[in-house]
Write a new protein. Sequence first.
Length: 80
Amino acid sequence: MKKDIHPKYYPKAKISCACGNVMTVGSTVPEIKVEICSTCHPFYTGKQKLLDDRGRVERFQRMMKKKSGFKKTAKAKKAS
């Protein structure tokens, strides 16, 4: 096995977020700066907003309802 090919490991590397949260993890880099973390991410904080651009969600739901109704009637016709 080759010697000295692995990067140096920092068991107490510091990750700092833009929101001010600081975490300590193991890494090959001594310090990491991130823009968003689990403390400030909208998905984890419960502040996530569903953006509906021009009624696309409702249009998709109508299309799925229409298709599901079509399949039921097609099966009913085959059984008759």
